[in-house]
Design a protein around this ligand. Structure first.
Ligand SMILES: O=C(O)C1=C[C@@H](OP(=O)(O)O)[C@@H](O)[C@H](O)C1
Ligand SMILES: C=C(OP(=O)(O)O)C(=O)O
Length: 453
């Protein structure tokens, strides 16, 4: 893949089918649960990407028997019934938030174990303290910090879960609560986690996955507390992972701006992933998604009918998809205020600042607030800048901040034939950063572009 990567626009309405990779969130939860369970689990439709390879490598380092067949999208894990074979190890977490939080809570199980964890420079800045404080309060672990307190890198001394009650601050990342919900029940006595005000959709995935591995259904009480009974997870034998619906957002957006029909197989009408609600955001503009026979049919009759005007959209619960929407906003007209996204300043990069910078480069008028981004859409300015660059023999070029979602979101914008000549006008710096969750993203885009009706 060249770097920067010029994006070849599409010149026809879509008529294609795309097999999306498995969900990152479900793959990394299922790997932890398979390791914790009694018995051997075969994961089907698993994602192979940087974030899931990090989790796989960690489990191998920790002594779990894992075998992966990438071509078949399967991973087999032999569970150890709640124990961790290797008691001393160093783990590199990259910039995988799920691996960072889920593994930290998991390692606390190994009473007497000592583990050194570190990540990419960006991961060292991401929030961990809510989880570490909860583990210390439960007397499940102690931490020695090798840099800034409350952050990677650190050494975790595991003390095991023995029950108790704790207030969990998961305001910066719902993964903090998910991490405890996965591993704390493997302890010897009931544990109460009090965690009001957590963004709910990913926690719901965690609760469903626990059930798939034999745990009792669990709900928060009215005050947002979960009581975890000591639980022995059991392997379901095999477990089918849904396609990644955050990744689906790019192709929903592509169908909206391009028109035509796209089929996405293996998604039912009641998927586990909250990012399915991105459909509601785009249906306002005329996108239709019909779920039948475990397949989505995504269609937009005529992109010229896109609904325009001012919109205020709260992306709080589906924030991975705000970048998808913001990147195509210059094609939607009107203006949009995207709110509820303050926490995304602490993800792969400061996503509000990064998005504001890239949209400004494209001639859009942006206003940043601590928790929101407003874009006044200037379609003529976008075209003028693309033409100017073209006349100078250049392309408009997007910076991606080592954040996969910038590369993929702007890859969709660049797929629009802005200058109406089928030639690239936009390029993406460091396109390979999409490997965090979707290594073949740009190949998938090419396959859709070149699909024969
Ligand atoms: O639990 C999960 O799988 C995830 C939770 C969300 O993170 P935060 O809860 O940190 O916002 C989401 O952005 C991330 O891509 C995956
Ligand atoms: C926030 C994200 O990832 P992570 O799992 O690293 O938090 C993301 O994929 O958009």
């Amino acid at each position: 893949m060249s770097d920067p990567l010029p994006i070849q626009p599409l010149t026809q309405a879509l008529d294609a089918r795309i097999e999306l990779p498995g969900s990152k969130s479900i793959t990394n939860r299922a790997l932890i649960l398979a390791a914790l369970a009694n018995g051997t689990t075969r994961l089907e439709g698993a994602l192979f990407s940087r974030d899931t390879r990090i989790m796989l490598a960690a489990l191998e380092t920790l002594g779990f028997q894992v075998s992966a067949d990438e071509a078949a999208h399967t991973i087999t894990v032999r569970g150890e019934g709640g124990s961790i074979p290797v008691k001393e190890a160093e783990l590199h977490i990259g910039n995988a938030g799920t691996a960072a939080r889920f593994l930290t809570a998991f390692l606390a199980l190994a009473e007497g174990g000592s583990y050194k964890l570190d990540g990419d420079p960006a991961m060292r800045e991401r929030p961990m303290a809510g989880l570490l404080d909860a583990l210390v309060a439960l007397d499940a672990a102690e931490f020695e910090f090798h840099g800034e307190a409350g952050h990677f890198p650190f050494t975790l001394k595991a003390k095991g879960y023995r029950g108790g009650s704790v207030e969990v601050d998961a305001s910066s990342s719902s993964q903090i609560l998910s991490a405890l919900l996965l591993s704390a029940p493997a302890g010897s006595a009931p544990t109460t986690l009090s965690c009001p005000n957590v963004r709910p959709f990913y926690v719901a995935i965690t609760l469903k996955l626990r059930e798939a591995f034999g745990a009792q259904a669990l709900e928060a009480d009215d005050a947002g507390s979960y009581t975890l009974e000591p639980t022995q997870y059991n392997s379901p034998g095999s477990y089918a992972i849904e396609p990644d619906l955050s990744a689906a957002s790019y192709f929903l957006a592509l169908t909206l701006i391009q028109g035509g029909t796209l089929k996405i197989p293996k998604v039912g009408n009641d998927p586990l992933q909250g990012d399915a609600h991105f459909v509601d955001v785009l249906s306002h503009h005329g996108l239709r998604v019909d779920a039948e026979n475990n397949e989505w049919t995504v269609a937009c009759a005529d992109p010229r009918d896109i609904q325009r005007g001012h919109r205020e959209i709260d992306f709080n619960t589906i924030s991975d998809t705000f970048l998808t929407y913001a990147a195509i906003a210059p094609l939607l007209g009107g203006s949009v205020r995207i709110c509820g996204i303050g926490h995304t300043r602490l993800q792969e990069t400061d996503r509000i600042a990064g998005m504001a910078a890239e949209l400004s480069k494209l001639g859009q008028l942006v206003k940043e607030e601590p928790e929101a981004l407003t874009v006044s859409i200037k379609p003529n300015e976008l075209r003028a800048r693309a033409l100017k660059a073209r006349n100078e023999g250049k392309l408009l070029t997007i910076d991606t901040y080592e954040d996969h979602r910038f590369a993929m979101s702007f890859g969709i914008l660049g797929s629009f034939d802005l200058l109406e000549d089928g030639q690239p006008w936009l390029a993406i710096n460091d396109p390979a950063c999409c490997g965090k969750t979707f290594p073949d993203f740009f190949e998938a885009l090419t396959a859709i572009r070149t699909a024969k009706a």
